[in-house]
Ligand binder design. Structure first.
Ligand code: ATP
Length: 498
């Protein structure tokens, strides 16, 4: 784990963004609780997504479906039979891994070697260096790239045909060592179903198996007709929802990146068959723009097309974000054909069709899905915002203003009654519109530093002059510039900032 990532994690705990679940019992692996600031930030991300997806699109509506669903839902979706990860144990360290991730980490190491060679050549040749040409001609780079391509192709072939023996063989061939024991003493590769199972009903004989949903999408598919009929939406239209999902992940490291209980923000967009390619491109662009418009760095995002597609999927890609541990999936955009609706039609025996009056045809709609992990988005925002400014001797959370848990802090410089009165009046007035914070304790410098560390964009200070000149000081988090603003102009000033 990088030093930066460790700092971000301890920062989250120190300031009440995130705690380990059931910490007094030493925590529960890969389950986390959001603290007072964390829940504000999370709610702000949710609103930002909901506004962009549901409120600003006439043809997208929202739902909130339940976590428990009829078990046949998961038979239909393929989760009971195929929501598996290939698992492998090292016999010496007794550590368990996802076999495909082990192989991917190995590939990443080879990629790092290539990047090192490129970096060296860049320093050597300076301005004359041409990376494209170097990749095409340098023998060592070519050999390594060939090695990567062969591993990827072999792995995908095995995963697609569920050839677990083949995956084991590949692990042996590339001499993968356990990162903990350093040995190649591996068990066979087995499939592991990621769904959590429990029982519904109080009577042992009549109770039946039920699952905690591993994705929110199926709640949308099974409600397709309900929503379409009650809202009278015409295709193309979308259904969105935000909710919890549960996966018994084999390895759940990397803090809130991979959790066993997490939240998803998903939207299924129902379209005419044959129009999937254009809508897929449309949603790719739209979703990427959503991330960029938030004000996060453009270069921290990239698309990764899937090479291994689910059998029903026509195209699929991830929007990846540059986390401190590398570019990793933040959001998935999937062209899912009519697979899910057809499957639910088969298992439920209910007709799920849409009559398109424009073309006078009845059909099962195709679907483009956008699916983003709320917790991963939370982590991306933190990673992108966390700064250590040595020269200013402060830690800064440069969150987009829209997302900041507290928008404005109000401070009387001292506990003097007249300053406290003015500060309280300001707080009462602006807290109606913006989430505010009020504090009298500690030196003003310390109070500013604390707000910087939790990302509060503006601090308003009432000082000894305020009563006389009817002005306050407003300090900007990022520039640290302080401006004198008249009491009756504060709201106008704030409005200009947000
Ligand atoms: P990964 O390959 O990282 O396991 P996935 O491809 O299985 O992810 P999807 O099924 O496409 O993920 O889920 C959509 C989104 O839900 C992901 O892009 C991610 O942001 C989020 N997500 C998935 N699994 C987890 C998890 N265990 N913890 C937190 N977020 C998750």
């Amino acid at each position: 784990m990088s030093e930066l990532f460790k700092k971000i994690i301890s920062h989250c705990k120190e300031y009440g963004f995130i705690f380990n679940s059931s910490e007094i019992y030493d925590g529960l692996s890969a389950v986390y609780d959001y603290g007072p600031l964390g829940v504000e930030l999370k709610n702000n991300i949710k609103s930002y997504w909901w506004d962009a997806m549901v409120k600003r699109n006439k043809n997208i509506v929202g739902i909130d479906s339940s976590i428990f669903m009829h078990p046949n839902t998961w038979k239909a979706s393929g989760h009971i039979d195929a929501f598996n990860d290939p698992l492998i144990d090292n016999k010496d360290s007794k550590k368990r891994y996802r076999a495909d991730e082990l192989i991917e980490n190995h590939i990443e190491k080879i990629e790092n070697k290539i990047n090192k060679d490129i970096k060296k050549a860049k320093t050597k040749f300076g301005d004359n260096f041409n990376e494209k040409e170097f990749r095409k001609t340098n023998q060592r780079v070519l050999d390594r790239q060939k090695q990567i391509n062969e591993i990827i192709s072999e792995m995908n072939k095995c995963l697609q045909s569920e050839n677990l023996k083949g995956i084991k063989k590949l692990i042996e061939k590339i001499e993968l060592k356990c990162p903990v024991s350093g040995t190649c003493n591996w068990t066979e590769v087995r499939q592991f179903n990621l769904m959590f199972k429990t029982k519904i009903g109080s009577n042992q004989e009549t109770s039946s198996d039920i699952y905690l949903r591993p994705e929110t999408a199926q709640g949308i598919f099974v409600n397709f007709l309900n929503v379409q009929k009650t809202t009278r939406q015409k295709i193309p239209f979308g259904i969105a929802q935000i909710g919890k999902a549960f996966r018994n992940e084999i390895i759940a490291r990397q803090f809130i990146f991979r959790m066993r209980e997490f939240e998803q923000m998903e939207m299924q967009f129902f379209i005419r068959p044959g129009e999937e390619d254009e809508w897929y491109e449309y949603w790719k662009e739209k979703r990427m723009n959503w991330h960029i418009s938030l004000g996060l760095r453009k270069e921290d995002f990239s698309f990764k097309e899937h090479t291994k597609l689910a059998h029903y999927a026509k195209s699929a890609c991830d929007i990846e974000f540059k986390f401190p541990f590398g570019f990793k999936e933040l959001e998935g955009i999937h062209s899912r054909s009519d697979f899910d609706l057809i499957q639910h039609q088969k298992l439920s025996g209910k007709k799920i069709k849409y009559f398109d009056s424009e073309i006078n045809e009845s059909f099962t709609p195709f679907v483009i899905e956008t699916s983003i992990g709320l917790d991963r988005m939370f982590l991306a925002c933190l990673c992108s915002s966390f700064k250590r400014e040595e020269n200013n001797n402060r830690i800064l959370l440069k969150l987009p203003y829209k997302l900041a848990p507290i928008k404005i802090a109000v401070f009387p410089l001292t506990k003097d009654d007249s300053l406290v009165n003015i500060a309280n009046n300001i707080y009462e007035k602006i807290n109606k519109k913006y989430n505010c914070f009020y504090e009298e304790k500690d030196s003003i410098g310390k109070r500013y530093r604390r707000q910087d560390a939790i990302g509060t964009p503006l601090c308003i200070t009432v000082d000894n002059e305020s009563e006389k000149d009817q002005k306050v000081t407003i300090r900007n988090r990022d520039s640290m510039i302080q401006e004198r603003v008249a009491l009756n102009k504060i709201e106008e000033y704030i409005e200009g900032c947000f």
